[in-house]
Every structure is written in structure tokens, then in C-alpha cells.
Ligand binder design. Structure first.
Ligand code: AMP
Length: 479
């Protein structure tokens, strides 16, 4: 299929060609004609699917006719959860509208408000905004919505996760009722559907990836390790496997800072990126990472959400996310656009609940590999079948009579349900005893992980369970 069949005019087609796109992505092929017809849209699409162009191109087309915006008025509004995403969406609008006389502006918090107020004085055709700053601007009479034609909620699920629901509701009340609404979300939870009810009118529903399915081209595996050993393990994995461009996820800002410092001091150029960093620092960090000046970006989920990094080879979950959907978002950063990627999670015994929630969501067990020298003293309990429903909230505790709980397993404490181990040597090639696969420098060179299709996960797991003799592990002395 070609872009020229979608109903876009020549100036936009030229801009698309300049951007280097030869054919529309599935979301673009479905969304562009519908938006051009004036329909509302509800689209389930993750970052990396080309969703931004799916709404930006037809919006530019629609706005290329009609009266220009008057002072402080805006014709279309794109709400995004983060500053980074706002900046990227704005950049895309500018690139796609090079052949038009449209005014595109971006506003977000964390920077001075006055220059933004000045830029809005003459009105704008497109404003990309984060919710909080948009409301501040409205309250200072710097922006008006009387002539708004189109509203886009981008990454709506993330906006709800980040607690923007009240701001969004406030904003919706300020908008004229007659408008076109485009809702984009990676997942369609009950909350999103609830929000959509009061927002979109007879929408065209589009889904380009099955909700909550992980990208097939991603090799996923996890490494059971004690919490304290995570940093040295990560250092060794990166150094000895020569991972050149790694996005590491940390649950907290403090953790991101600490880990980036540790890696940096170990000779691996790493930079943290999170909400406490200034916009300038974040933009610089991202640019350096993209250019290869920085090898590792340590990001929190929120900061990473808007990062536009294509075909990232390695994603590491230094901590598992508390919200299982975040795992899907995180590993969606790799293996994009058909390229293969590797997503590694360093998991300690305390994280078994998060792990099980993730495995239940993606309906697969994530294969485990142990790294020589980093076998955990506190064993990571075996995952339950991902098809087993989540446990109900606990009733008041009764005195325990049976075997130790999964969280309290220590070295050799005998979690009889534990999986067979995949042993991975760091640096020195070794043989995977359980499967006969060669592993080199900490990475599997063959076996079911190749291609990352984990479809065989559960069956494979069961097979290993029967093979594995229970082993005791002593914590190795670290040099
Ligand atoms: P998005 O999902 O909007 O974040 O887009 C992800 C990446 O895909 C961006 O770097 C876009 O520039 C790129 N992209 C968008 N549409 C296309 C297309 N039709 N062909 C190739 N790349 C595209």
C-alpha cells in the first residue's frame, strides 16, 4: 500500500517522502482515511507503531483549509503525558507540515511559562501540551479553546497511570462540544473505556497489536539474582557482552541516579533520565544516547515513556515494574519495526509477585537463566502457571502449619517447585548443562530463546522442572 491511496494531498505526501517513509504502517492505513472523514477514533497502538503520524498527517490535512486561528485561539490540541513525548510529537508535526503554513506550538511544565504565553498570543493551529501546563496557561488567559476543532489524547493509559484524570476532565469541560476526538492508548483498560465513553462519539475502533501482547521479535529472559548483586551483574553483562546501547529501567529516580553513577564509575558511560532532571538535561541525555556518546540510559518508567528510540537492541529491567503493563511498554522499546531485540530482567526473590503479575498478563513464563557467580542466595521462587488467576486478597492470617512461604526461601531452603536452572557463564564460554546449548559471554547462542518467541515457555518449563535436581548454591565471593 502507498500513502497516496489514503486521501492525503501532495504537499503532505512530499513531507512523508522527505521523512523517508515508503508505505503506511497498519495504524496509519486505518486511521488516516477515518480521520480525514471527520470520524472519531479509538486506537489501541503502542509507541513504535507510527501512531503519531497516524493522527498528525490527517490533522495537518484537515487544518490546511479553513480560517487561521485568531489570537490565543487554537484549532487542535494534542494532550500527552510527558514533556519528552510532547516535544517529539511537536517535532513530528513540524516535520510533516513543512509544506504548509501552519503554526504548531508545544507547551509543557518544568520550563518558564512566559515564552509559551508569548508564542500563543497569535493563536496556533496545533498545540501539543501536557495537561498541567495547559491548565496553567488557560488560567492565565493565555490560551482559549472556543474554536477548537480536533482533540487528541495520546497515550491515554499513561495519562491515567500518572494521575492526570482530574486535569483531563477539567480540560474536557473547557472544550467546545462540537469537535473531533482521537483517542490513542497502548491498552484499553476499564478506566480508559470509561473515559472514552464521555469523549468519543461513534468511534472507529482500531487495534494494531493485540492488547497486552509482547512484541514477538523480542528475546525475553530473566536472571534470578540477589538484590545487592544486581548492579555488579548488570555491569558485567554490559561489559562482557559488549552491549552497546542499553536502556535500563529503574523503579525510582534515586535508584536511577545511583545505578548510573555506579556504571559510570565502572567505566560504562551511563546517564540517568527522570522527572527531576531539567528538560535540557533530558534532551541532552537522549541526544547523547542516540549518537552513541552514552552507552546506557537509566530511566524511570515515566521518563522513558515518551522516548523515541528506534530499534533499541537491549532493554534491561533492573527492577520489575509494579504495574505489569509497564513491562509490555518497557520491552516495546526493543525489537521495534521488525528488528530483533533483547529484554533482560534482573529479578530478586522479593519481586516474585511482580513477576507473576507480568507472566499472567503476557500469558507466558519468562525463561530463566542463571549467571555464574551471581546465583542468588535468596532463591527466586518458581512462577505459577501464567494461566492461574491472581490470588484473591488475603483473609486474616491463620497460624502457619505447612512448608515455608515462597518469599522466605534462602540458600538451600528447598523450594521444591523451583525451575531447572539455565546456567550462563559470563565472559568464558560454557555449556548449558540442562539444555546442551552453548552460551557465550553470558548470552545464549542457541535454544528456545532464539527469536524470542516464548510460545513454548510453559511446556519447556515443565520439561525442565522434571529434569532439574535441586542444587545448593553458595554465594560466590566477589572480586
Ligand atoms: P511512533 O509510534 O509515532 O512513536 O513512531 C515510531 C517511529 O516510526 C518514529 O521514529 C517515526 O518516525 C517512524 N515512522 C512513522 N511512520 C512510519 C512509516 N510509515 N514508515 C517508517 N517509519 C515510520
Amino acid at each position: 500500500m502507498s500513502f497516496s491511496t489514503l486521501g492525503l494531498s501532495q504537499p503532505i505526501l512530499d513531507a512523508v517522502t522527505d521523512a523517508g517513509y515508503t508505505s503506511p504502517s497498519p495504524i496509519q492505513a486505518q486511521a488516516i482515511p477515518a480521520v480525514l472523514k471527520g470520524r472519531d477514533i479509538m486506537a489501541a497502538a503502542q509507541t513504535g507503531t507510527g501512531k503519531t503520524a497516524a493522527f498528525a498527517l490527517p490533522i495537518i490535512e484537515l487544518l490546511s483549509t479553513g480560517p487561521a486561528a485568531k489570537s490565543n485561539q487554537i484549532r487542535s490540541l494534542v494532550l500527552t503525558p510527558t514533556r519528552e513525548l510532547a516535544a517529539q510529537v511537536h517535532e513530528n508535526f513540524r516535520a510533516y507540515s513543512v509544506n504548509h503554513r501552519l503554526r504548531c506550538e508545544v507547551v509543557f511544565g518544568g520550563v518558564k511559562i512566559n515564552p509559551q504565553m508569548m508564542r500563543l498570543r497569535g493563536g496556533a493551529d496545533v498545540v501539543v501540551a501536557t495537561p498541567g501546563r495547559l491548565l496553567d496557561l488557560y488560567n492565565q488567559n493565555a490560551i482559549r479553546f472556543d474554536r477548537l476543532e480536533i482533540l487528541v489524547l495520546d497515550e491515554a493509559d499513561r495519562m491515567l497511570d500518572m494521575g492526570f484524570i482530574h486535569d483531563i476532565k477539567r480540560i474536557l469541560k473547557l472544550l467546545p462540544p462540537e469537535r473531533q476526538n482521537l483517542l490513542f492508548s497502548a491498552t484499553f483498560s476499564t478506566e480508559i473505556r470509561q473515559l472514552a465513553k464521555g469523549l468519543v462519539n461513534d468511534p472507529v475502533e482500531i487495534s494494531v497489536t493485540p492488547p497486552n501482547s509482547t512484541v514477538k521479535a523480542v528475546k525475553q529472559w530473566l536472571c534470578p539474582v540477589d538484590k545487592k548483586q544486581k548492579s555488579p551483574l548488570l555491569r558485567d553483562l554490559i561489559a562482557q557482552n559488549r552491549w552497546d546501547q542499553v536502556l535500563v529501567f529503574s523503579r525510582t529516580k534515586h535508584g536511577a541516579n545511583k545505578l548510573a553513577k555506579y556504571l559510570d564509575e565502572s567505566g560504562i558511560k551511563a546517564v540517568p533520565i527522570h522527572g527531576n532532571k531539567s528538560q535540557g538535561a533530558r534532551t541532552r541525555a537522549l541526544a547523547d544516547f542516540k549518537q552513541g556518546k552514552v552507552q546506557v540510559l537509566v530511566a524511570t518508567d515515566i521518563a522513558a515513556r515518551g522516548l523515541d528510540i528506534d530499534q533499541l537492541p537491549y532493554v534491561v529491567n533492573f527492577d520489575l515494574p509494579n504495574v505489569p503493563e509497564d513491562y509490555v511498554h518497557r520491552i516495546g522499546r526493543t525489537g521495534r519495526a521488525g528488528a530483533t531485540g533483547e529484554a533482560v530482567s534482573l529479578v530478586c526473590a522479593d519481586e516474585i509477585k511482580q513477576l507473576q503479575d507480568i507472566e499472567r498478563l503476557i500469558k507466558k513464563l519468562i525463561p530463566r537463566e542463571y549467571v555464574d557467580g551471581y546465583e542468588p542466595v535468596h532463591e527466586l521462587p518458581e512462577s505459577r502457571s501464567p494461566m492461574t488467576p491472581a490470588k484473591k486478597p488475603k483473609k486474616p492470617k491463620k497460624p502457619k502449619t505447612s512448608t515455608p512461604t515462597s518469599h522466605s526461601t534462602g540458600a538451600g531452603s528447598g523450594n521444591s517447585r523451583s525451575e531447572p536452572r539455565q546456567q550462563t557463564g559470563l565472559g568464558t564460554p560454557s555449556t548449558d548443562r540442562a539444555r546442551g546449548d552453548k552460551v557465550q559471554g553470558g548470552r545464549r547462542a542457541g535454544g528456545s530463546l532464539e527469536g524470542g518467541n516464548l510460545k513454548e515457555g510453559p511446556a519447556d518449563n515443565t520439561a525442565r522442572k522434571t529434569q532439574r535436581p535441586r542444587r545448593r548454591h553458595r554465594k560466590p565471593k566477589l572480586s
